[in-house]
Write a protein that binds this ligand. Structure first.
Ligand code: FES
Ligand SMILES: [Fe+2]
Length: 425
């Protein structure tokens, strides 16, 4: 990457080109269960902003600037009661929209609460996650129709964790198919890894798939194509959606689908939401239990935190016995992904890379982000913010070797309209 592009892609704070672009999109901010009505406020850090989330007496979630509009005391210590958060310093009280409801330390004749506004960001709650919009109100789009936001709550599971690196480093791990046969094949047996060396219907393995890309309004669709006998190929198709959403091609059968959302907490630290959903039925108890207790795609956390137990301090292997080499200890594939993308450092200098053909999708995603940020600087709002632009689901399917247009062949199964789900292969 050239220096200009790298320096444009990296910063996410307000006022930077990428920071402004990212603020044009709704982002998951916290889990619904983190805040209870009239319960303790929680700290939320997004794109370098320190915020406080709370759920008021009516169940509405507010996301306020941490520092009180009076003289800046932290609202983390605020008293959440009677439909508002009251600053513990002088008692000013704010509702979920940032309106100042009370200035009890001012005499009634000099109160000016109507002229005070605490910065507050709009929130929408869907299926276990609270989404926030940090951009200008006049350009606020409706929430994207990502499939996991449109289904009944029973069909969706969401988990959250923190990753110690730039949000694009983590995101690029999701879309970088060429690492599968390397990073994930050594410790995870191919037959049980959901992504590496996926067996085709014919029972054969093809670990040298070819990759196909196509541009969609909301992002990029990526397919990996494996030989599955004389007449057919096995297609695994996933999406990247602007700016930080990925879906993972499914295992097939009746298994739930999975996707990630990547958001900068600050430039070298990300919050990751893992969404799992079944388009056609409620998730089963055993599936939810696996998502909450197993380590592989999901991650064990240090109790009381969103930090993974497997982390840099323990070389991503808290429970593994000693091994001949460090990499041999990292057993689970999500820990391998976290380890690889964190091992680059919190914010890798992209001018130092040597990109090859297999990095094409990463180049395209970066270019799309950088171009959109530059356009926005020129006053052109980003495309792909219409809710329907996000109505795509990942698929796995067999296709004849001879097809005229793969984009046409996958269009219908990929279309995430309600009631249209067909099991993958
Ligand atoms: S600083 Fe919050 S009320 Fe004074
Ligand atoms: Fe991976």
């Amino acid at each position: 990457m050239n220096k200009d592009d790298h320096e444009l892609l990296a910063p996410t704070t307000r006022g930077t080109p990428m920071g402004e672009l990212l603020r044009r999109f709704w982002t998951p901010a916290l889990l619904s269960r983190e805040v209870e009505a009239d319960g303790a406020p929680v700290r939320v850090r997004l794109m370098g902003e320190d915020l406080i989330a709370f759920r008021d007496s009516k169940g509405r979630v507010g996301l306020l600037d941490e520092h009180c509009a009076h003289r800046g005391a932290s609202l983390y210590f605020g008293k959440n009661t009677d439909c508002g958060l009251r600053c513990w310093y002088h008692g000013w009280k704010y509702d979920v929209d940032g309106n100042c409801l009370d200035q009890p330390n001012e005499p009634p004749q000099t109160q000016f609460k109507d002229r005070v506004k605490q910065t507050a960001y709009p929130c929408i709650e869907r299926n276990g996650a609270v989404w926030a919009y940090l951009g200008p109100r006049e350009t606020m789009p409706p929430l994207h129709d990502l499939e996991w936001t449109t289904l009944p709550p029973s069909h969706v599971h969401v988990a959250k964790r923190i990753q110690q690196c730039h949000w694009t480093q983590g995101l690029e791990g999701d879309i970088d198919s060429s690492h599968l046969g390397f990073l994930h094949s050594h410790a995870t047996p191919l037959a049980v890894s959901p992504t590496a060396g996926v067996p085709t219907r014919t029972g054969s393995f093809d670990n040298t798939p070819r990759f196909e890309l196509m541009t969609s309004r909301s992002g990029i669709v990526q397919a990996s194509v494996r030989d599955a006998g004389p007449n057919e190929d096995y297609w695994r198709v996933g999406q990247w959606f602007m700016p930080g959403f990925t879906t993972i091609p499914p295992r097939g059968g009746d298994a739930p689908l999975h996707g990630h959302s990547w958001t900068a907490m600050e430039d070298g630290k990300s919050v990751v939401f893992t969404f799992s959903w079944h388009p056609a039925r409620p998730l089963r108890d055993d599936e939810i239990e696996r998502m909450e207790t197993a380590t592989n795609f999901h991650v064990h956390l240090i109790p009381g935190t969103f930090d993974p137990r497997a982390n840099r301090a323990n070389d991503y292997a808290p429970d593994s016995p000693p091994a001949a080499q460090p990499w041999m200890r990292v057993k689970y594939f999500q820990d391998q992904d976290i380890g690889a993308t964190e091992s680059m450092g919190a914010l890798y200098d992209r001018t130092q890379e040597n990109l090859g053909n297999t990095d094409l999708v990463i180049v395209r995603v970066r270019k799309r982000l950088v171009d959109a940020a530059r356009d926005l600087q020129r006053g052109i709002e980003p495309a792909g913010r219409e809710p329907q632009d996000y109505r795509l689901r990942p698929v796995s399917m067999m296709l004849p070797k001879k097809i005229n247009s793969w984009s046409e062949a996958v269009a219908e199964p990929m279309d995430a309209r309600p009631g249209t789900y067909r099991e993958g292969i």
